[in-house]
Design a binder for this molecule. Sequence first.
Ligand code: PLP
Length: 440
Amino acid sequence: MNFVPELPNSLEQHWMPFTSNRDFKANPRIMTAAKGMYYTTDRGDAVIDGSAGLFCVAAGHGRREIAEAVHQTLLEMDYIPPFQFGHPKSFEFARRLAAVTPGDLNNIFFSNSGSEAVESALKIALAYHKARGEGERMRLVGRERAYHGVNFGGLSVAGLVNNRKAFGLGLPGAVHLRHTMLAEHNKCVGEPETGGVELANDLQRFVDLHGADQIAACIVEPIAGSTGVLVPPKGYLKRLREICDQHHILLIFDEVICAFGRTGEQFAADAFDVVPDMITMAKALTNGVVPMGAVACSDKIYETINDSAPDTAIALFHGYTYSGCPVAAAAALATRDIFEEEGLVENAAKMSPKFIEALYSLGDLPIATDVRGYGLLGGVDLAPADKPGARGYAIMKELYEAGVMVKLTGDCILFSPPLVCEEKHIDEIFTKVRGVLLKH
Ligand SMILES: Cc1ncc(COP(=O)(O)O)c(C=O)c1O
C-alpha cells in the first residue's frame, strides 16, 4: 500500500536528519516501494538507486531471504539482554564474520550503527592501553575531512567542519592528520602515485610533538567516503601501519562504507594490503534492513582487556541494549548467505572497470572539476555556484526528477551502486547523470 501524506503539514512532526526540513516539507521526495536496483516514488515513478540507499543496500532492495529470516526470528525469540545472556545467532554471525576479516581480527563487538561502532573502537583503544598499564595514552589521532559518524568521540576525530562547528570542542587531545586530497591528483585514476609517505609522516610528527606515550590510536577511513571519495595515495596506509607498530599506537580502519566489497575486495584492508588492529563496519552488514554495526578487534586487544579483569568481573564497561540483537543477527546471517551464494564481492570487482570508465567519462563536462573512484565507489566534484553546496543540492533534486538517486556531499556527487548492479544499470545511472549535468 502506498503512503500518501494526507495533508502537506502531516510531514511536520518528523524532524529529519541531515535534511533541509523546510525545503523538503515544501517539496517532499517520498519513496513507497523498492525492489532490486529501483525505488518507486509516491507518484509511481521509478528511481534507479545510484547510492545503495546510503551505501548500505549491497544486495539490492526487497530481498525476501532477509525478510523471512527476520520474520522467523521475531516469532522464535524477539529479544534477549545482551549483557550476561546470549542467543545462538549473534555467536554464529560473529563466527561467520571473523572468517572473512583480515589477519587475527577475530573478536567482534556489536553496536547498532557506524557511529556507535566508532565510539566502541575508540573506547576499546583507551581500555586496551589502560589494561596494559599505559592509561596515560589518551590522545586520539583522526584526519581532516574524515567522517566517523555523529557521536562525540567520532566527531572529535572527524574533520568535516559543518558536522563539528555547532557542537563544542570535542574530546581533549584529539589531533588531525592532513587530508589526502592534493590538487596534483586531480582526475587521476586509482591510487594517486605521490605524497603517500609524506602525508602519513604527520603521525610521526605527532609522536615527536606529544610523545608516543600519550597516543592511543589513529583512526582513518582507508578511502575517505562521505567527504567525496579520497583514495589513499600509494604507500600512505602502509606507512601509517609502520609508525603505529613502532610506537605501539593502535591503527583503526573505519570501513563503515568500504567493508563488504565496496572496493572489489571484502575489506579495504585487503585491497590496500594493510591489516589494522580494529575495523569498524556497519553499512552492508544487514543490507540496510536492521540497524547494526560492529568492530572487529585483534586477538591481542581482546585478550589484553579480558585478561585484565578477574574471572567473574566485567572487563569492558561498554555495550548497548541492542548489541547483536536477534533480528539484527538474523538479517546479518541472511545477508552473508546472499554475499556468498551470489558472489557479491566478486561482482563488485567485475563491474568496477565499467563503473570507473563511466565515472571518469563525466570528467569532460565543464562543470566537473575532479573525478575520483575505486571499486564501486566514486566522487565527482562540481564547480560551486553561489554558496558552497547550493549547486550540489539543486542537482540532487534534478537527478531525482530525472529518475536517479545519488548522495550529495556539498558540491560532490557520490556514486555507490548496489553490488548486484549490472552493466545496464551503470549505463542508466551515468546516462541520466550526464543528461542533468549537461544542462549546467
Ligand atoms: C566512515 C563512516 N563512519 C561512520 C559512519 C556513521 O555511520 P552511521 O550513520 O550508521 O552512524 C559513516 C556513515 O556514513 C561513515 O561513512
